[in-house]
Design a protein around this ligand. Structure first.
Ligand code: ADP
Length: 602
């Protein structure tokens, strides 16, 4: 596999984000922090308190030292008592700050996780065609964890160090203008390497994260198709592919580590060299009597504090920038625009819902496949209660018809009406309530058989679930499972046969009890017994409902009121089985070829 950069690390994308001045990315967190202003304020108070207390310590030290020398022993005890009080304040303030700040971080990140999931869950399929699920997951987990570490600690460490830096600087000036001036002369020597290496660090961090996201996306895809991978003995390639991505992520992280280590070395060395130099000059002043010992010690402690805060800030800087990048990626998800929208003011369906569907000159091209219309002027009226079978060669647009009724996509031209109301005039969730879907590849969730069926209507009673299972010819095999309806069906139903999964999916749709049934028949052949059971279940289900079936079996087609023959996104014929066979067109050919196996099975 060629080692190209992962999709989200496309040079354009990452550079564009970097030049958008990363720190501002963190502003996007404000809406999430706003509801917890009280907590934020309390955290700030604890933070200012501890920083303030730390800054008073050197003053106390000077007094003790100078008093000790002049022999004012009476005051000495009081100073030590005061030191004890300060220590208690510091301990309390620090504990409080930790508790408040960490809680704030956890709270806000939980909110962000929920907001992102809510947003993504509502997106139409086109969105998921452009972003890998693994990438979404890594944004919800890794990126939010980065933000959590910033809100829950780094931000407060940064703020405390900024306070100590500023406060320390002022107190240094008050202690000795001359020595402070010398220290400030050294500042540019420290700032320049921070800026240069910091920029490099930011770029590498971003690249590192992109590779991690790419490798977990790759793993997700491979594991999701593990049987296909094994069946094609593709393990070696899959292993190599994943290993290469993971290894690249590691190599990039090595660069990150080296840069950061180098940065730390340079900064600490420069800062302490400066301190030693200043100390030397200060020591000469003390010898000449221009300054007391206590004052020099006080000054030194302040400069060490200020230098320490600069070092801490430089360490945190990279982390803040990583979090800014993470915030940008999350905001990108939160602000993602969808191709399908609900109207501002939604129309509702007249009760009772009848289930009439009309396609009015519908033209549709998948966003991922421009220039290749999937539906090319489809007009069709489906009466309430009617059963319509869609047949045609693979790629004709049959499944697309189902997808359009679900309004997973919006047509570019023409419209679809449900009981006379255009789909785009209604809330998607509102009219989907009147649809029951049996997809071609039935989805089984990692839950019990009961909960899998109840997915169709979460408030259904156990008796209703069982009745639906009976109607779907699923009761017998479920009852025969070791724990019956409570049996865990495993991830994606690996324990069930294809026919069993379909019957669960049908039971789910029966339970939903919707006026419109959308059924994408499985293309894979079932054994004769399953076939018969599924067939009877479908018949049960379609009674009294408008039913659209993407049909692959002769038995299904023969039971339909009408057959719609599609080819290349158009309807080429409509009629009954006998009439269409007599016509001798595409349908007659399909019936001869495609349905022969089905006919023998039925
Ligand atoms: P059928 O169900 O009749 O086999 P489909 O409705 O699935 O056909 O597909 C119609 C056309 O649209 C095909 O050319 C198919 O490749 C294309 N198509 C289907 N789904 C997508 C998609 N998500 N993105 C891009 N093209 C798609």
């Amino acid at each position: 596999m060629a080692r190209t950069a992962p999709a989200s690390a496309a040079p354009g994308a990452s550079e564009e984000r970097e030049t958008s001045r990363n720190m501002r990315g963190l502003n996007a967190l404000w809406p999430f922090l706003k509801p917890y202003r009280g907590l934020l304020l309390a955290s700030l108070c604890a933070l200012v308190l501890t920083a303030g207390v730390s800054l008073t310590l050197p003053l106390a030290v000077r007094r003790v030292v100078d008093n000790f020398r002049t022999g004012a022993d009476a005051l000495l005890d009081q100073y030590f008592l005061a030191a004890l009080g300060i220590a208690a304040l510091l301990a309390l303030g620090t504990g409080l700050r930790y508790a408040l700040v960490t809680r704030l971080g956890e709270r806000v990140v939980s909110d962000i996780r929920k907001a992102v999931f809510d947003r993504v869950l509502g997106m139409s399929p086109a969105f998921f065609e452009n972003i890998m699920t693994g990438e979404v997951l890594s944004r919800i987990t890794t990126d939010t964890t980065l933000i959590q570490s910033v809100l829950g600690s780094s931000a407060s460490i940064a703020l405390r160090n900024m306070l100590i830096f500023l406060g320390g600087l002022v107190l240094m000036l008050l202690t000795s203008v001359k020595l402070t001036g010398l220290v400030l002369l050294l500042v540019p020597a420290v700032i320049v390497p921070i800026m240069t290496l910091g920029r490099r660090l930011r770029r590498i961090s971003r690249e590192n994260q992109d590779w991690i996201a790419a490798s977990s996306g790759n793993a997700g895809e491979t594991l999701g198709a593990v049987q296909t991978v094994q069946a094609f003995t593709h393990e070696a390639q899959s292993r190599a592919g994943f290993a290469e991505m993971t290894e690249t992520a590691y190599q990039v992280s090595l660069r990150r580590i080296t840069t950061r280590a180098l940065m730390t070395v340079i900064i600490i060395f420069l800062v302490f060299t400066g301190v030693v130099g200043v100390l030397w000059i200060g020591a000469n002043d003390v010898r000449g009597g221009a300054m007391s010992e206590g004052t020099l010690i006080q000054f030194v402690i302040y400069s060490v504090m200020v230098a320490g805060s600069v070092a801490a800030l430089s360490e945190i800087w990279g982390e803040l920038q990583r979090a800014a990048g993470a915030t940008e990626r999350l905001v990108e998800l939160l602000n993602a625009t969808d191709t399908v929208h609900d109207p501002e003011v939604a129309k509702t369906l007249a009760q009772p819902v009848r289930g009439a569907i009309r396609f009015d000159d519908v033209h549709f091209t998948y966003p991922a496949r421009p220039g290749m219309p999937a539906l090319d002027g489809v007009t069709l009226d489906i009466a309430p209660g009617e059963t319509v079978a869609f047949v045609g060669p693979s790629g004709a647009g049959k499944t697309t018809v189902i997808q359009m009724i679900l309004r997973f996509y919006a047509p570019q031209r023409g419209r679809i009406l449900f009981d006379g109301v255009p789909l785009e005039d209604m809330d998607r969730a509102a009219f989907r309530r009147h649809l029951a879907l049996v997809p071609q590849d039935p989805v089984i969730f990692a839950a019990s058989a009961r909960d899998n069926i109840r997915f169709g209507r979460p408030d259904a009673s156990d008796a209703e679930v069982e009745a639906a299972a009976r109607a779907a010819a699923a009761h017998d095999f479920i009852a025969a499972l070791p724990e019956g309806y409570d049996a865990w069906l495993g991830e994606r139903g690996v324990m069930l046969s294809g026919g069993q999964k379909q019957r669960i999916a049908i039971a789910r749709a029966i339970l939903r009890d919707a006026p419109v049934l959308l059924l994408d028949e499985a293309t894979s052949a079932l054994d004769a017994e399953s076939e018969g059971a599924v067939q009877r279940a479908v018949e049960m289900l379609s009674q009294g409902r408008t039913t659209l079936i993407v049909a692959h079996r002769l038995a299904t087609v023969k039971k339909a009121d009408r057959i719609v023959v599609m080819e290349a996104g158009r309807i080429v014929a409509v009629g009954s089985h006998d009439a269409l066979v007599a016509e001798g067109g595409l349908y007659a050919r399909l019936a001869r070829m495609q349905f022969t196996d089905g006919a023998t099975a039925a």
